[in-house]
Write a protein that binds this ligand. Sequence first.
Ligand SMILES: O=C(O)CCC(=O)C(=O)O
Length: 184
Amino acid sequence: MIRLGCPVWQRGCNEHGLMLHTDGADAPPVFDLLILHCVQSAAQGGESILCDAGKLYNTLKNDASLCWVAERLTTVPVNPIARWSTPPPHASSDPWPLFDLSSNQLTVAHSGYAGVVNEDPEPLATTQAIQIWDNIVGCATLDAERTLLRNGSTLFCDNRRMLHGRTAYCGERVLVGIRPHANL
Ligand SMILES: O=C(O)CCC(=O)C(=O)O
């Protein structure tokens, strides 16, 4: 059974793309499922971009020269909203690892929005780890799956593992993001 939270509506023209992210990472817990329902697609653009961050994480972890990045970002808390230009009003300032491995489940909290916390004893190393991860995600984005949600279609995906974003668009677009309650 799926109990649904409040629908989130998005309307109008947006000339900016949306950076890859997971939903709810700014106000934990992260939702298990991402559900996006397209009521009306834009006249131009507005493609959804999906990137399997779990796969990238595994590649990182198994690379002898980069496994320190995976190690650092699973153990050192980061600020998930540090680089939002306008943090959402409900945003949590509680830090957590970028990759949360609790309960043997990988949760990739955020990509490009995270920054170091003040208490980090090695902020340069963490900054570098975040930058390396951002670059890996950035490169993967170029090859990532792009899907244009058509009117009436719904996208479901694992919000803990997949990062999603969107290309810029022009023209009226109506999208409903359905946010399942965290206690599914
Ligand atoms: O506009 C989209 O396709 C996605 C929207 C989204 O990811 C968000 O608002 O968090």
